[in-house]
Each structure stands twice: as structure tokens, then as C-alpha cells.
Write a protein that binds this ligand. Structure first.
Ligand code: OSB
Ligand code: MG
Length: 368
């Protein structure tokens, strides 16, 4: 596949709800969008880095710089036989898996299209729909939380994940557990705690959470392993998993019993397949994470989530939950707690270009 041209854009999309986590409040997304052209086909990629390094270290500005000045010039005009060749082209550059993933995932889409196959088949998927959970931000009160949880259970979401932080954890989770004893309930701390909070975290054991997501530092494995030895609740790693090497070390240390896979955080689909293989042989269940993606990123996530290791509901809510209008033609809507995987070749979704134009803040076209 010869990469002939690329179009890089920065867009802004307002969220329909205020999303509060332990690291801040989001009311809109700033999205890096890549269109990659070759052999008359188009591949799409969407970044998940934020404007500010509040979740991981990468930023929209940093990723734009790397893609524009380094990664795209390196691959434009080159004939890359497969995604592994692309990975090798980017391998000399350290870190920055989110920036690499934008290009790698767009190339996977392009490559699948050249093969005339849906991405899920190329990746080795085994199902056509994905179980859906919901990630609920911190609400103003416990009463508000109970109402929001009830509404999403009624809508069919198969797992409720509540964002927590010190001072907003045990009490709200206990209220939800008492009101909905049968619900599959999890909590996501986004790295808001340290081992000094051990006593407080241990209290969560009585609430039968399916898992506790990323309680400790965003780049830590060792303290998570120490904490896991003290907790009955399985720890799920999110922020700390930035590639297959991190996953291997997490498994060896016992830093978590569940993994949240976000291909755009791990460096792309290829790296996610390696994490999937490691997790399969270690008996670690996976689920598809989310970063409030618009349609392109969400479509990529859905295709990858069809692999056999994804045995827990993913953060792949309906697009209508996030946006008045999405970037794509297709409506990614869950029904009865199941999200169908888009049909057709590649990721199977198409940009709504007039709308994309309207929300674009910056763009650059580059050719070989
Ligand atoms: O930690 O999983 C997270 C959103 C932005 C950044 C980090 C996270 C999240 C979510 C939202 O939990 C998941 C979604 O609905 O896309
Ligand atoms: Mg998380």
C-alpha cells in the first residue's frame, strides 16, 4: 500500500453532558482527525489525546507536531506492505503511542479496505456486536447519581462505571449498590489515590465491584501490585497500560487482574493484538475502553472489541449520548445493551464532510 497523501485536521465537538472525573471537567473534545489516501482509497484515524496532559502525557499540539513534521513525512510516498512495516517505520521514535496510533489505525483501515475486508475480520474478531457499559461522570449529589444510574440501566447498559475521587467514593458507591444490588458496578479513580489511602480503598471490597479501575498513579505498576495483594476487588489497569511491554510487566508483577484496552492509548491495533495475546495466555479478561471518541475512533474500537478476549462490557455508548451531531454518516447506536459493529470494508463508517468542515479549527493537506 503506497501512502500518497494525508489530511490532518483539528476539530472541536461540544459534548452533550458535563463529564467530571478526578482529573477535571470536560465539556467538549478537541479531536485530531487523520485521512490517509492511497490506491484510490481512504483510511481514517482519530486521536484521543487531550489539549492538556491531564489523563496521559500526550497533547493535541504535541501529536500534531509529530504527525506533521516527523511521522507523516516518514511514510508519505512509501509503499508499506502491511501495518507491521508502518510500526517499524515509527519504531525509532520513543513513546508517544497516542500520536503513533492515529497513523497506525488510519493505515489499518486503509489496508483492510485494500484487502476488501471489514477491519474486525482482519484483526481476528469473532462477533458482530459488542456488549455496552456506561462511564458516568461525577454528579453534583448522590441523589443525582442514583437517577442517572437508573436511567442508564433502563436504557439497557450492561455495566455501570462511576468516576470516583477522594471524598466521592465509598458513600456514593454504597448508595448505588444498595439501590441496585444486581447491577454490574465498577469505579474508575483515574489515578486519584496513593498507597496512603489503603484503608479507604479496602472499604470498597464490601461493595462487590466488578473491578476498581486505575486507583494509583498514571504510570505506576509496582504500587498497583502491592494494592492488589491487599484488595479482594480486582484492579483494572487503564492509564498505566501504554503498550505490550507494560502489559507484560503488569502481568508479571500482578499489578491488575483486568485490563482496559484502548487501542489509541496503546499505539494502535497491532500493539493491542499483542496485549490481547498476552492477556489471553495469562487469563486476564479485557474490555474496550473509551475516550469520548467521535464516530471514527468509536468504529475502530468496536472492530477491535470483537476479539475473543473482550469478555466484559466496553465503554462504547451510543453516539447520541455524546453528540448532537457525529462526524460520520452512520449512527452508532446500541440496542438492548449491544452495539452492532459497522458493516462494510475497513472500519465501515464514512465522514460527513460538510459537518467536519464546519467544526474544523485547523487543517493541512500533505502529499508525497
Ligand atoms: O478513564 O476511561 C477513562 C474518558 C476520557 C478519559 C479517560 C476515561 C474516559 C471515560 C469515558 O471513562 C469513556 C467513554 O464513554 O468514552
Ligand atoms: Mg479509566
Amino acid at each position: 500500500m503506497r501512502i500518497e497523501a494525508a489530511e490532518l485536521r483539528i476539530l472541536e465537538l461540544p459534548l452533550k453532558f458535563r463529564f467530571e472525573t478526578s482529573f477535571g471537567v470536560q465539556t467538549k473534545r478537541t479531536i485530531l482527525l487523520l485521512r490517509l489516501f492511497g490506491e484510490g482509497l481512504e483510511g481514517l484515524g482519530e486521536g484521543v489525546m487531550e489539549r492538556l496532559p491531564l489523563y496521559r502525557e500526550e497533547t493535541v499540539a504535541g501529536a500534531r507536531y509529530l504527525l506533521e513534521e516527523v511521522f507523516l513525512p516518514r511514510v508519505l510516498g512509501r509503499d508499506l506492505p502491511n501495518p507491521e512495516a508502518l510500526r517499524e517505520a515509527l519504531a525509532p521514535f520513543r513513546g508517544n503511542p497516542m500520536a503513533k496510533a492515529v497513523l497506525e489505525m488510519a493505515f489499518f483501515d486503509l489496508w483492510a479496505k485494500a484487502l476488501g475486508r471489514p477491519l474486525w475480520q482482519v484483526l481476528g474478531g469473532v462477533r458482530q456486536a459488542v456488549e455496552v457499559g456506561v462511564s458516568l461522570g461525577i454528579q453534583p449529589t448522590v441523589e443525582d447519581t442514583l437517577k442517572v444510574v437508573e436511567r442508564h440501566l433502563e436504557e439497557g447498559y450492561r455495566r455501570i462505571k462511576l468516576k470516583i475521587k477522594p471524598g466521592w467514593d465509598y458513600e456514593v458507591l454504597k448508595a448505588v449498590r444498595e439501590a441496585f444490588p444486581e447491577a454490574t458496578l465498577t469505579a474508575d479513580a483515574n489515578s486519584a489515590y496513593s498507597l496512603a489511602d489503603l484503608a479507604r480503598l479496602k472499604r470498597l471490597d464490601e461493595l462487590w465491584l466488578d473491578y476498581l479501575e486505575q486507583p494509583l498513579a498514571y504510570d505506576d505498576l509496582l504500587d498497583h501490585a502491592k494494592l492488589q495483594r491487599e484488595l479482594a476487588t480486582p484492579i483494572c489497569l487503564d492509564e498505566s497500560l501504554t503498550g505490550a511491554e507494560k502489559a507484560r510487566k503488569a502481568i508479571e508483577l500482578g499489578a491488575g487482574r483486568v485490563f482496559n484496552v484502548k487501542p489509541a492509548r496503546l499505539g494502535g491495533h497491532g500493539e493491542s493484538l499483542r496485549v490481547h495475546a498476552l492477556a489471553q495466555s495469562a487469563g486476564i479478561p479485557l474490555w474496550m475502553g473509551g475516550m469520548l471518541e467521535a464516530g471514527v475512533g468509536r468504529a475502530h474500537n468496536l472492530h477491535l472489541a470483537t476479539l475473543p478476549g473482550f469478555t466484559k462490557p466496553g465503554d462504547v455508548s451510543s453516539a447520541s449520548r455524546y453528540w448532537e451531531e457525529d462526524l460520520i454518516e452512520e449512527a452508532l447506536e446500541a440496542k438492548d445493551g449491544l452495539m452492532p459493529v459497522p458493516e462494510g470494508v475497513g472500519i465501515g463508517v464514512h465522514l460527513k464532510l460538510p459537518f467536519v468542515e464546519r467544526v474544523t479549527l485547523w487543517q493541512r493537506y500533505m502529499s508525497a
